[in-house]
Design a protein around this ligand. Structure first.
Ligand SMILES: Cc1cc2nc3c(=O)[nH]c(=O)nc-3n(C[C@H](O)[C@H](O)[C@H](O)COP(=O)(O)O)c2cc1C
Ligand code: SF4
Length: 518
């Protein structure tokens, strides 16, 4: 049998040198006259081990990582094609603790299969969900998705089944499925990993959504900073079309569904669903007032499902294994699994898919291994740039939409950014206001003007000018932004600001006191 070598072609692994490693391995194979097949798989998400090279042996796959080009000669000398020992030897990938502790439902194939091989996709359970869906009525598919408890993974946590039902029940000569792949939150990369590592699961999820709601056309709106994901998705759509998964007759059924990949415009606000629709229509991305909801009047004025990549990519496993199977994972009203993206100043950065319910402390300390600098963790920001900063005192909070909200926090797209004790939370609060000022679409006053006034007021605190009075002013301004903004950009910017003030008051002391305390 020809040896098979897996080298991730995912942009995270590429950023860590996977291309050079692939070239070195190809060169070494040629030099030694060994015939082998190199598969450019996705990443399994343990980025601290990337580039992680795997070989298929008679006893299953064996991993090595992080591999440097300078390791390649000695890997061959050590017999790595048959799983031989080497300083980079990691053993069976599934037994690497970071991977072994996960519950991989949505990401089951990511890093395992060849992303552009439909055959490999099918061999690992791909298209089972779509096949099952085709045997049901649209209303029954929607009922299954509702029953599974799946909630939108883009940030708001809205029940996916209810959104689909609204579109199914709305009359329209054309309906659309729009996939939100703008992935603007800090420290998040789950959408990118799926699109690059298992693109067919997203195509399958969108196709099921189309059949369930009566939509015949889908668009994936991918952020412009993801050229690799765009390339992989375009190729995968072509493969799916040729194989009859997409087209006039989905898998030979009476249903038609096709899709296109569109590149985003590079603005954080274009991740907000209505601004995204404007951008898709070729306009400047501005937030639309609701109603009408996109489900009633969305893309080009037609009923539209707009869902995040992970929401859609979680549908195939639900339709394959059943709503009850999926619903069995999780806690409270947060059902199923969530791909937690551990980033920032953390020792073991990567994607960790788990059932809802792990505590923040377990995620940061046990899975993430604490900070990369080895210093104490000071703060953790969940939910992207609009999420609250949590201190260690809140590390017993379970990863659950309601539990986070009860502590004025946000799960959002499940990104977690870790900061050590050198972080200055006054600067972080200023950054939140500045980010809002830069990214504001300008439609409403509390956000457009409030964020700029927020930066100025925090600057006065930094300068030691009437700190108490200005702190009260920031608090008042945050209330105005929270309750008066049209969308969550202005409405949630107060969370990182107020959580910094509440949980880290020492960082907001007037300048002379801060110096004295240090
Ligand atoms: C400023 C802003 C940025 C957003 N960015 C994203 C994003 O990058 N990706 C995403 O899926 N949702 C984003 N959202 C949430 C979307 O508006 C919307 O809730 C989501 O696409 C719905 O899909 P879901 O129900 O599957 O989560 C953003 C919202 C706001 C207010
Ligand atoms: S809150 Fe900000 S981003 Fe949202 S609509 Fe208002 S100005 Fe635009």
């Amino acid at each position: 049998m020809i040896p098979r070598i897996y080298i991730p072609g995912d942009s995270g692994a590429l950023a860590l040198g996977a291309e050079k490693v692939a070239k070195a391995i190809a060169g070494e194979l040629a030099e030694r006259g060994i015939e082998a097949k190199i598969v450019r798989n996705g990443s399994r998400g343990a980025y601290f081990l990337e580039p992680m090279v795997e070989v298929a042996t008679a006893n299953g796959r064996v991993a090595y990582g992080p591999v440097k080009p300078s390791d390649v000669k000695s890997l061959f000398d050590g017999g790595f094609l048959t799983g031989g020992h080497h300083k980079r030897w990691l053993g069976t990938p599934d037994k690497i603790p970071f991977l072994a502790k996960q519950t991989r439902l949505t990401f089951a194939r990511c890093g395992v299969t060849d992303p552009l091989s439909l055959e490999s996709y099918k061999k690992h359970g791909g298209l089972n969900g779509l096949t099952n869906a085709l045997a049901l009525t649209p209303a029954d598919i929607v009922a299954q998705v509702t029953e599974s408890g799946l909630r939108g993974r883009g940030g708001a946590g809205f029940p996916t089944g209810i959104k689909w039902k609204t579109v199914l029940d709305t009359a329209g000569d054309r309906k659309y499925i729009v996939c939100n792949a703008d992935e603007g939150d800090s420290g998040t990369f789950a959408d990118r990993m799926i699109m690059e590592g298992d693109p067919f699961v997203l195509i399958e999820g969108m196709t099921i959504a189309g059949i369930a709601t009566g939509a015949t056309k889908g668009f994936v709106y991918v952020r412009s900073e993801y050229p690799h994901a765009v390339a992989v998705m375009n190729k995968a759509v072509e493969v799916a079309r040729k194989a009859g998964v997409l087209g006039a007759s989905v898998l030979g059924s009476p249903y038609a569904f096709d899709m296109e990949i569109r590149v985003g415009a590079g603005a954080y606000v274009c991740g907000e669903e209505t601004a995204l629709l404007d951008s898709l229509e070729g306009k400047r991305g501005m937030v639309r007032a609701k109603p009408p909801l996109p489900a009633h009047k969305g893309l080009f004025g037609k009923p539209t499902v707009i869902n995040n990549v992970i929401s859609l990519a979680s549908v195939p496993v639900i339709m394959d294994k059943g709503a009850a199977f999926y619903k069995d994972f999780g806690m409270g009203r947060s059902r199923g699994t969530i791909p937690i993206q551990i980033a920032g100043n953390v020792k073991y950065a990567g994607l960790f898919e788990a059932a809802f319910g792990m505590t923040l402390g377990e995620i940061i300390d046990d899975i993430g291994g604490g900070t990369a600098t080895g210093r104490p963790v000071k703060a953790v920001q969940g939910g992207g740039p609009l999420g609250a900063y949590f201190p260690r005192a809140l590390f017993d909070t379970p990863f659950d939409y309601e539990a986070f909200a009860a502590k004025d926090g946000l799960i959002g797209h499940a990104g977690i950014v870790v900061f050590d004790d050198t972080a200055d939370m006054l600067k972080q609060a200023r950054f939140a206001m500045e980010f809002c000022a830069i990214e504001s679409c300008g439609k409403c006053t509390p956000c457009r003007i409030g964020s700029t006034r927020g930066v100025e007021t925090i600057d006065r605190i930094v300068a030691g000018i009437e700190p108490e009075k200005n702190l009260a002013l920031v608090t008042d301004l945050c209330n105005t932004m929270k309750f008066g903004s049209l969308c969550a950009l202005g409405g949630f910017t107060p969370y990182p600001v107020m959580s910094s003030i509440t949980h880290f008051p020492d960082d907001f002391k007037p300048a002379p006191v801060r110096v004295a305390a240090e």
